[in-house]
Design a protein around this ligand. Sequence first.
Ligand SMILES: Nc1nc2c(c(=O)[nH]1)N[C@H]1C(S)=C(S)[C@@H](COP(=O)(O)O)O[C@H]1N2
Ligand SMILES: [Mo]
Length: 322
Amino acid sequence: MLIRQAPRFRWSEVTDERLYLNRRELIAGAAALALFPGRAEAGPPPPVSQLAALPAAPNPRYRHADSPTKIESATTYNNFYEFGVEKEDPARLAGTLKPRPWQVVVEGHVAKPGTFDIEELLRLAPLEERVYALRCVEAWSMVIPWIGYPLSALLKRVAPTGQAKFVEFQTLLDPEQFPAQKKGVFGFSMSGLDWPYVEGLRLDEAMHPLALLTVGMYGKVLPNQNGAPVRVVVPWKYGFKSAKSIVRIRLVSEQPQTAWAKAQPREYGFYSNVHPSVDHPRWSQATERRIGEFRRRQTLMFNGYADQVASLYAGMDLKKNY
Ligand SMILES: Nc1nc2c(c(=O)[nH]1)N[C@H]1C(S)=C(S)[C@@H](COP(=O)(O)O)O[C@H]1N2
Ligand SMILES: [Mo]
């Protein structure tokens, strides 16, 4: 066990750039390794060209007016803080994630709790391709052909009871597979997030036909960096609501304590609906940069899905419930 705890990189594996570090940077590098161990152990995920194809019928009800973002961008510009805080980290480091075997526990206020193997989840309902825009709270967006089926299909299978009011999603907690979950010498992680990553929806939001249990994109299984083997996609909310690599879904009676709201309650609320006139405290949400474009675009209410989801929030003040 002791041996497994020791840094597992060998100097022969250290990249060329590292050889050019001067002495001061080398010391800083060693300090960074002590603070945030694990990074040197990781390697890149399988190339997207080698991922298994995943056939799915395009659902004509869920197309997008804009053409999809290039797959190269969608798989190399990612937020996945379990691998690090930089957008490039997941594509460089997500090789440690092992998406098979994989199980998802669905429990809580349900009549029929269960543990679903990923192969079983893939067969639970017909797979559809749906082109959705994903709008990050950092004011950029992408248009992605996702593969999955409505989350409601899984939730109906476990039969929520009358006490179920919210749905909580948990990402895998395993510092061996997610190096940035390792705590440094001062006991904190670089992102400031508590692990596992936790997200949540109100039950009626989770049952909405747009909420997609997602197992693939661009005709293939999900790349590690995009949340393999199973994630959620909630297209009318900021991207961080769409938890990746989930292993547990809990039906609960109280509003879940979500990872971002816990870390920065003033900046990230529970609802996080895309809202062009509710600014983030440090920047505007009125416009966004579509990855691959230069000119900024206007951000649309509910990310363009207002006609389908606005009724979920009738009578609610979305400036208070941000
Ligand atoms: N477990 C986990 N899920 C996560 C994140 C994360 O850091 N960890 N980042 C979120 C954020 S901020 C965004 S914008 C989307 C990005 O999804 P993509 O990389 O597939 O585009 O994933 C979300 N899901
Ligand atoms: Mo995001």
